[in-house]
Every structure is written in structure tokens, then in C-alpha cells.
Design a binder for this molecule. Structure first.
Ligand code: SAM
Length: 280
């Protein structure tokens, strides 16, 4: 069988099985191409006319269909903005919109914090986008930080990893705080397709309205931003809920799923001391 035929055949099986996409691809063909090519150890631009041995990827295809395991977990590999990351079930599969906004920033941050770093993907992309910046990355999960450490090593970045409940152990101030925190509301958690149930619940659930972590980040960010600093935070589908919860706050929306907020616009920022805070 030719490689291209194997991909088409796999895509038809995925369509028949009514899989859910959203972990790096958004359709049956791309998901099949990812699983088949990378399952065979081939690059994305492999010659589709070459012959392929279906039996070498059959077990992966069956697991994808029968157990609804995202392809990234089966391959232990996820791609974000053209960069490959090691992943396993200790972290969510990287797919943050923030990845695509870093290059458009209109300033050059010297100190960056990636709060809720998971696999470390956003911290690593930030370190690549701003060479010379000091990048810290934090997460509450020891398991996630082990995955992040592996990715930091692979990408040869200098990133300090910190285990912290949001800002609890964070010291000093940053020009840019990135965060893709858990933000799936409790009702939405109940309706998640099977694929998402392979991801750590700790990384997804954002409380009743999805804003549990976002509110805590908004409450703590001013203490950790430089006077000109900016918070960039992903909130998924919660834009309306956020507007209802913070009617007086002037959020900017580079994407529907991501807001940015200059320190001065963060609720209560003017009441927050500007001297560097110490860790608790
Ligand atoms: C949606 S994932 C984002 C991971 C990564 N930034 C990405 O974009 O792929 C959220 C992360 O927040 C972490 N997390 C959950 N509760 C936390 C808390 N209280 N403090 C810090 N991190 C937390 C989870 O362990 C998880 O890795």
C-alpha cells in the first residue's frame, strides 16, 4: 500500500468511528496523517507515493479508535507553532492560542512568567521568541513539571521551573505574564468528549463558571508585573462570563479566547504596592 493510501484509508476509519479532534488537529485527514506519518517515524513532507506497511501503525490506529486516546499521547509528541514537545498524560496536549500571539507582541519583555506551564510549551516558545529574556515557568503539579523539565532540556532553554499554587511561590516582577490556566466550567466538563478524559482533570476544570483560576490570576497579577507589564491569559469560551464578572475592566482581545491587560488596567492595581513582593 502507498503511504498516501494508508493515510486516506485511516482517515475514513476515523470518520466512521466519529472521533473527536482538537488535540493538535481538527479533522480526520490531518489526524490520520499525523498518526500514520509520525507513527512510522516519517517527516510531515514524506513522499506519499512511497510504500508503507500498515501493520506497523495498526495498533496505534486501533487505540485511537477504540480507546479515544489523542494521537499526541499515543505518539508522545505534540506540535505547537511548528515546534515539537514531548507529552504524556501528566500534561494536557499543547494547543494554546497564546503560542500564535507571542511573535506579534509590540514590546520585548525582559522577564517572562508562564503561569500554569504544563508541558512548558508556552515558556519554551516565549524563550525562543525573546532570546535573552529571563523566563520562569510554574505549575502546581509535580508531574507536569517533570514533563516541562524534559522539554526544557530538549530545547536547550534556560527556564527556571517553580512548583507553585498560582503566585504563591513566585517572587519579583515580570514584564509579561502568560497563562493558559484551567478554565473549563463545571457544566462543560461534564460534556467533554472522551478524548479529553485522558487529560489531567487538574489541568482543565476551572470551577462553576470556568473563571476560578482566572479570577485568582487577576487578583494576583498586579503584584508581579512591572509598571508597564502585561498579563496575557487564555480563557477559552468564557469571554462573556468574564465581561459579566468584570464589567468595568477594559480587556483587549487579540483572539476571542485570549485577553491581554496592561498592569494599570488590572482591577485594584493602583492599590497594589510597586515594590517587589517576597514569596510567602
Ligand atoms: C490548561 S493546562 C495548560 C498547560 C500549558 N500551559 C499549555 O498551554 O499546554 C493548565 C495547567 O495548570 C496547572 N494548574 C492547575 N491548578 C494550578 C494551580 N493552582 N497553580 C498552578 N498551576 C495549576 C495544571 O497542572 C496544568 O498543567
Amino acid at each position: 500500500m502507498k503511504l498516501g493510501e494508508l493515510i486516506q484509508h485511516t482517515a475514513r476509519r476515523f470518520t466512521r468511528a466519529r472521533l473527536h479532534y482538537g488535540h493538535g488537529t481538527d479533522n480526520a485527514h490531518d489526524e490520520a496523517a499525523f498518526l500514520v506519518l509520525r507513527g512510522l517515524g516519517l517527516p510531515f513532507d514524506a513522499d506519499l507515493e512511497r510504500s508503507a506497511r500498515p501493520e506497523r501503525v495498526e495498533a496505534l490506529i486501533q487505540k485511537r479508535i477504540e480507546e479515544r486516546i489523542p494521537a499526541a499521547y499515543l505518539l508522545k509528541e505534540a506540535w505547537l507553532d511548528g515546534v515539537a514537545f514531548y507529552v504524556d498524560r501528566r500534561v494536557i496536549v499543547p494547543r494554546s492560542h497564546i503560542a500564535f500571539l507571542l511573535k506579534d507582541l509590540r514590546f520585548k519583555p525582559k522577564r517572562i512568567l508562564d503561569l500554569c506551564t504544563g508541558s512548558g510549551c508556552l515558556a519554551i516558545l516565549a524563550a525562543r521568541a525573546f532570546p535573552g529574556a529571563k523566563v520562569d515557568a510554574s505549575d502546581i503539579s509535580r508531574e507536569a513539571l517533570a514533563v516541562a523539565a524534559r522539554n526544557v532540556r530538549t530545547h536547550r532553554c534556560r527556564i527556571r521551573l517553580i512548583r507553585s499554587d498560582l503566585f504563591e511561590k513566585i517572587e519579583g516582577r515580570y514584564d509579561l505574564i502568560l497563562s493558559n490556566p484551567p478554565y473549563v466550567s463545571t457544566p462543560s466538563m461534564r460534556k467533554l468528549p472522551a478524548e479529553y478524559r485522558h487529560e489531567p482533570g487538574l489541568a482543565l476544570g476551572g470551577g462553576r463558571d470556568g473563571l476560578q483560576f482566572v479570577s485568582r490570576i487577576l487578583a494576583g497579577a498586579a503584584r508581579h508585573l512591572t509598571p508597564e507589564g502585561v498579563l496575557m491569559c487564555e480563557i477559552g469560551e468564557n469571554r462573556k462570563a468574564l465581561a459579566r464578572a468584570y464589567p468595568a475592566t477594559n480587556f483587549s482581545w487579540p483572539r476571542d479566547e485570549v485577553f491581554t491587560l496592561a498592569r494599570a488596567r488590572i482591577p485594584g492595581a493602583s492599590r497594589t504596592a510597586t515594590r517587589p513582593p517576597r514569596a510567602a
